[in-house]
Design a protein around this ligand. Structure first.
Ligand code: DCP
Ligand code: MG
Length: 420
């Protein structure tokens, strides 16, 4: 068929798109801070409160899905399929229920997104637990599987939650690939395999096909993406207009949409876990020093100035402690990242530590964006880590002021006075 590709559009086969979707995300977050929930049927309820029957299922762990519990189900119905462990302690077929805690999930998601922004040339965040990465410049098809495994392992190792990853030459196929082997899926579909991979996929799962259109397609005898790819595009256009042409393209793996980035990262961070909780504080400091250096280096490479420097210390069982300090103005100052991190860490000297992290936030990317500095400040964004923050705003001691001399100058910066 003519017109699969329009003049000037990139050849989709030249691109490598990676789609990441976290597995039973809210449930995985709950397991992160309550490891006893690992392997258990677990339901996270929106509008749910402990002991009550109100609310709806936000997500269910894969173990709970075996009992027929699924997203958007009423908690009352879920309880019929999977009674609560609290009331049925001896029932092997009972499950655990937890209410949603969005702040916590957002902070975990921010950690995941930080890693994705580091690993992708362009990152499109599409929901709390899902993103597309254009990784064309980072890998090639012969090693794409290793790259995808690396993405998954970094999220697992540094944040501690499982993800599924799909890699394909287009966004639509990459999404289907990440969904294909969930949980902990890793599916790579190189250009030559796209048609074969898509062929058996149910029409309702093709990106852009809602329930109504799926019914209409079935009426036309089109049940799978393979049927759709083989259909006469003129029939599809007649029935669905230009949208029909898009669907036909997608079914053939010719989704030409580029991965358009969504915003700039709000923070940059690195963190790392110890084998188990450690009481060796020098080891914690040493690790934090390495992380501080890595974070500062990344900020410099991304042309990001930061106003806030913070640390995260996870102590057993899984208490996430964050501390941050805000500076009078945006800086690019690696020594300061290390110094402030060490200061903030000192408070945890007598604690056992499972994990340590360093973060710079309140980012500022270009001179031009300086005009919107007020908006940035007003957002109070500390990468979602302000839960236990003890920020020392506008710290003006001389040591901090010395950062000014090495701060790159911002043209037309309205708040330059803050440095004086
Ligand atoms: N979510 C919700 N209500 C829904 C669907 C989802 O509150 N009807 C929330 C809970 C999920 C999160 O959004 O954890 C991510 O949605 P996903 O569709 O990616 O579902 P999960 O990550 O839970 O499971 P999967 O492993 O299938 O991706
Ligand atoms: Mg998910």
């Amino acid at each position: 068929m003519a017109g699969d590709q329009f003049l000037g559009e990139p050849d989709p086969e030249e691109r490598i798109v990676l789609h990441v979707d976290m597995d039973c995300f809210y449930a995985s977050c709950e397991r992160l801070r309550e490891p006893d929930l690992e392997g258990e049927p677990l339901v996270v309820g929106m509008g749910y409160e402990a002991g009550e029957t109100v609310g709806a299922v936000a997500t269910a762990s894969y173990e709970a899905r075996e009992y027929g519990v699924e997203s958007a189900q009423a908690i009352g119905s879920a309880l019929e399929n999977l009674p609560r462990k609290a009331e049925n302690p001896d029932d092997p077929d009972a499950g655990r229920y937890r209410p949603v805690d969005m702040d916590f999930y957002q902070s975990v998601a921010a950690d995941v997104k930080d890693i994705l922004h580091e690993l992708g040339d362009t990152v499109r965040e599409v929901s709390i637990d899902e993103a597309y990465l254009d990784v064309t410049e980072r890998t090639d098809w012969s090693v794409a599987e290793g790259f995808a495994r690396h993405v998954r392992q970094r999220i697992e190792r540094e944040v501690g939650v499982p993800a599924s990853v799909g890699v394909a030459p287009d966004m639509s196929t990459a999404k289907l690939a990440s969904d294909h082997d969930k949980p902990e899926g890793l599916v790579v579909v190189p250009p030559d395999d796209v048609r074969e991979f898509l062929a058996p996929i149910d029409i309702a799962d093709v990106h852009g096909v809602g329930p109504v259109r799926a019914c209409e397609l079935r009426e036309m005898g089109i049940e799978t993406a393979g049927d759709l790819a083989d259909a006469d595009p003129y029939d599809l256009v007649e029935r669905f207009g230009e949208r029909g042409r898009d669907l036909h393209r997608r079914a053939r793996g010719k989704d030409n949409r580029a991965v358009e980035p969504t915003g700039k990262p709000k923070s940059l961070s690195r963190e790392s876990s110890f084998d188990g909780p450690t009481g060796d504080f020098e080891r914690v400091r040493e690790q934090a020093r390495t992380l501080a250096e890595a974070v500062a280096d990344r900020a410099t490479r991304k042309d990001a100035f930061y106003r806030t420097i913070g640390v995260k210390v996870v102590t057993p069982p899984y208490d996430v402690n964050t501390r941050a300090q805000s500076l009078p103005g945006p800086v690019d100052e690696p020594d300061l990242v290390e110094e402030i991190s060490m200061d903030l860490l000192a408070e945890f000297e007598d604690e056992r530590v499972r994990k340590v992290g360093v973060r710079v936030s309140n980012l500022d990317f270009s001179e031009r964006e300086q005009s919107s500095l007020d908006g940035f400040e007003g957002s109070g964004a500390d990468g979602g880590h302000s839960r236990q923050q003890r920020g020392a705003e506008a710290d003006t001691d001389t040591r901090r002021d010395s950062a000014r001399t090495r701060t790159r100058n911002h043209d037309g910066q309205s708040s330059l006075g803050e440095f004086e």
